[in-house]
Write a protein that binds this ligand. Sequence first.
Ligand SMILES: Cc1ncc(COP(=O)(O)O)c(C=O)c1O
Length: 479
Amino acid sequence: MNPMDSEEPILRTLDSSGISKVQEMTIPGQESSEVSKTLQDAFSIFDNRLRHDHPACFAYMPSYPSPLAWIGDLLTSVFNVNAAMWNNSSGPSVVENTLLRWLADQAGLPQSAGGCFVSGGSMANMSAIVMARDNALPQRRRSDGVAYLSDQTHISVAKGLHMAGFCDYQIRTIPTDNDFRFNVELLNQAILEDKANGFLPFLIVGSCGTTNTGSIDPLHDLADLAEKHSMWLHVDGAYGASISLSETNKYLADGLGRADTVSWDAHKWLFQTIGSGILLAKHGWKLEKSFSIEADYIKTTRAPDGSTSFYNVSPELSRPSRAMSLWFTLKVLGHQRVGKMIDQGVTLASVAEQELIDLGDWEIVAPPTLSVVVFRYSPFNLSIDDKELDSINLAISKRLIAENVAAIFTTKLRGRTVLRLCVINPLVQQENIKQILQRMNQTAQKELGLHPSLKEAPITPISFCSDSLPHVQPMVQQE
Ligand SMILES: Cc1ncc(COP(=O)(O)O)c(C=O)c1O
């Protein structure tokens, strides 16, 4: 069973009888079960999934882990270190601290920066909100604090605000501009208005790579505004902060290093398995203000270099040594290669945009900034109302997945149903993208009933590059 085999279904979901079968497999029997038989069960259970690593999966932020990350994960599990306390995990803790410092350098954060690995972007965002609350809002005035998001901010931020004790009346959602970036003018007005009404604006959450369109907020402008109003600036770079590793494109994230905190998911665009999130803080010691706590049964010993145990700078106590997989991957590949793998996504998104333009009938709703392009089938010479186009675009997405052509899911932008393609997998070649979009064009025409004969048209199989060391081959060809 090769997870990179493009013949595999991109998405398989259990039906009712499948659910019953898996339930039967789940309940442990009185008697023991053969390891080999149980492994077979595990494979058939995992068969029912979205294959994020399928080269035709462009949905969400597809997690495409390098096989090197698998090795890193295996090491993490085998050694099973509890990276909570310094003296119990000194080796992996030094790796974690050193890697965090290195990542902070890439993002442009100052020497004072620190951080921790967490399970993902949602936990990183929530932890950053807790830090903003503790550093930028007087304890007795928490109920007056106001946080500012844009209409493109990821849902995990509002969720994190609620978990950190904030109510809906304390959250402002500011409209974005035509490029889906924070409208700084409107943000400033909202802050001034809230101040005039006795509120305490304390947090601006910018995005470096929004989920819908990959847009990057004007980070310098947000930092200026945060400084002007003495507010905390958190930048959600769960997806887009990885661009900092690209020599060619890192300028896109200029200003990221001015944030007080940054979220960064290695399981998105740093080719790690799910569960690898990062929180960076401009001033590492401020993490302790929010997360440090003592107990009689845990004695904090500081490392000779002064660093503390990770349970004092992160929300968790018991925690795996999550940094090891990313370290292993970066070490083996070298960071230049990883930067080029990231660049490949940026290039492919532009190739996709050009192909859509060449095909005609496709409106580019959000041109790529990073590796996302958003578009909509909208034949120019036909007058079809927006509602009908919404259903046609949804139908296209469903048909592509039903026919196992590609996972290109819909989202909504300014109330319209649009198609969204995010390309992260470095196995994907320019030719693959073009072929898939051509197939999508045929699907769209079928949906519109323009060319019923296309239903019988032969389908050319799309052949993807596959290799036991995925991503190495395409990169070599490019160099
Ligand atoms: C911009 C952004 N922030 C945060 C998150 C949440 O990250 P996670 O799913 O790792 O919790 C996502 C997830 O896609 C995201 O795209």
